[in-house]
Design a protein around this ligand. Structure first.
Ligand code: ADP
Ligand code: MN
Ligand code: MN
Ligand code: MN
Length: 445
């Protein structure tokens, strides 16, 4: 973790302006080697040629770090793009990088690419090519150079970026793990577009020590004290992995991901961040982008990321991906009535939703640890033991949003967000089924 706490702040050499005269490099080239601070004012003050030579612990210059931080923009128009896609398990993320000849502003300007699907469990060896279609771009916080203006996505996409892709056969058919394709179709439906669906996704995750597969901060082969002091806690005996959560928070903001908050969780070593509210397909793109960043940060920190819904059996909270959802009608006056009607639809399609809400969710949705049982549907105001929770504020205002507490931490956000839209905006129950469910759930519609 120390690596991510010390982002190149030790300068080994200071070079004065005059020392550049003997050098064949131009002033522009030199400037590119300077480490610039974020604020314009700060640049002027600290422009004493702080060269990116980082002193490592044993006092040798860390030349690899130098090269990683090298600003290549004065020397080439080319950019590095990291193409990211979902692998064969439906949850693993894969990526590879390529040079793009000139800056682009939109994913549609990027070339399609391909990879060996037989190595990711997505294609047979004899016909192994899977085609990547670029769908969303973010700034790359890992290859990001010493830039000063972090506000313009377009500007930064000119240098390095992460590209979220979905996956197709060479004939142009989406492969089975490409859940984005169908989701995008649902989000293109005029009825769905008209309702501007918002999603706020609470991604929980668990950090594990490498090799032992046991949570961060837990004694190997043993257990910490019972749950209670850890949720939103501070202190070396209560909070484990905050650097990772914080590094991820900033990296997501840098990338242009709509991250809205973080918190330490009930189980020690478990964390949450929220993304949203985001509209339509963007929620899925941003969750996948944020998961990729988290994989990379935990990789650097030597910690293993787990999205298992119940990493530790027993009296320990599982990890979910609560999905807060609203439509335009829910957010307007009279919205609570629309929310109730949506809850009826959700009740009637409970099984379909559960089967799409993540692998192993039955180990988590036990009816204990702030969950509802997987077998029955329930809803309630401010009740964290329900399938669907409506906030007090929504009840009071008569409008707002609902929280679907069922999705597991390893759910596919393309599936969950599009299914919520489909069930509440496109699907219609029979009148009999609706009446029966309304009676059972004490819901008048
Ligand atoms: P909890 O109280 O369940 O822990 P959080 O604060 O962690 O809730 O997450 C709530 C999420 O819901 C946030 O991402 C927030 O942006 C999002 N949200 C807020 N209002 C709406 C809305 N009207 N529709 C959808 N999502 C919303
Ligand atoms: Mn939360
Ligand atoms: Mn939580
Ligand atoms: Mn929640």
């Amino acid at each position: 973790m120390a690596q991510i706490l010390a982002p190149c702040t030790q300068w080994q050499m200071r070079i004065t302006k005059s020392s550049t005269s003997a050098c064949p490099m131009t002033a522009k080239m030199w400037n590119s080697l300077l480490f610039r601070q974020n604020k314009k004012g700060a640049i002027a003050k600290s422009a004493k040629f702080r060269v990116l030579a980082v002193k490592s612990e044993n006092s040798t210059i860390n030349r690899v770090e130098d090269l990683l931080n090298l600003d290549i923009t004065p020397f080439t128009d080319k950019i590095i793009a990291e193409y990211i896609w979902i692998g064969g398990s439906g949850i693993d993320l894969r990526s590879k990088s390529r040079t793009i000849s000139k800056p682009v502003e939109h994913p549609s300007e990027l070339p399609k690419w391909n990879y060996d699907g037989s190595s990711t469990g997505q294609a047979p060896g004899e016909d192994s090519e899977v085609i990547l279609y670029p769908q969303a771009i973010f700034r790359d916080p890992f290859r990001g150079g010493p830039y000063t203006d972090l506000t313009k996505l377009v500007h930064y996409s000119n240098f390095v970026m992460k590209v979220i892709c979905d996956t197709y056969t060479p004939q142009g058919e989406p492969i089975p793990t490409n859940k984005r394709h169908k989701a995008a179709e649902i989000f293109r439906n005029p009825k769905v577009i008209a309702e501007v669906p918002w999603y706020g996704i609470e991604q929980e995750y668990t950090l594990l020590q490498t090799d032992v597969n046991w949570p961060l901060g837990w004694p190997v082969g043993g257990y910490p004290g019972p749950q209670g002091p850890y949720y939103c806690g501070a202190g070396a005996d209560k909070s484990f992995g905050r650097d990772i959560s914080d590094a991820h928070y900033k990296a997501c903001l840098y990338a242009g991901i709509n991250i809205s908050g973080t918190n330490g969780e009930v189980m020690p070593g478990q964390w949450e961040y929220q993304v949203g509210p985001s509209v339509g397909i963007e929620a899925g793109d941003h969750i996948w982008g944020s998961r990729y960043i988290l994989e990379r940060i935990t990789e650097q920190a030597g910690v293993v990321l787990s999205l298992d819904p119940k990493p530790i059996e027993g009296d320990w909270n599982g990890a979910g991906c609560h999905t807060n959802f609203s439509t335009k009608s829910m957010r307007e006056d009279g919205g609570f009535e629309v929310i109730k009607k949506s809850i009826l639809n959700l009740a009637l399609r409970h099984k379909d939703h559960i089967s799409a809400y993540g692998e192993g969710n039955e180990r988590r949705l036990t009816g204990k640890h702030e969950t509802a049982s997987i077998d029955s549907f329930s809803w309630g105001v401010a009740n964290r033991g329900c399938s669907i929770r409506v906030g007090r504020e929504t009840e009071k205002q008569g409008k707002g949003y609902l929280e679907d507490r069922r999705p597991a931490s390893n759910m596919d956000p393309y599936v969950v967000t599009s299914l919520l839209a489909e069930t509440t905006l496109l699907w219609e129950p029979t009148l009999e089924a609706e009446a029966l469910a309304a009676q059972k759930l004490a819901l008048k519609v």
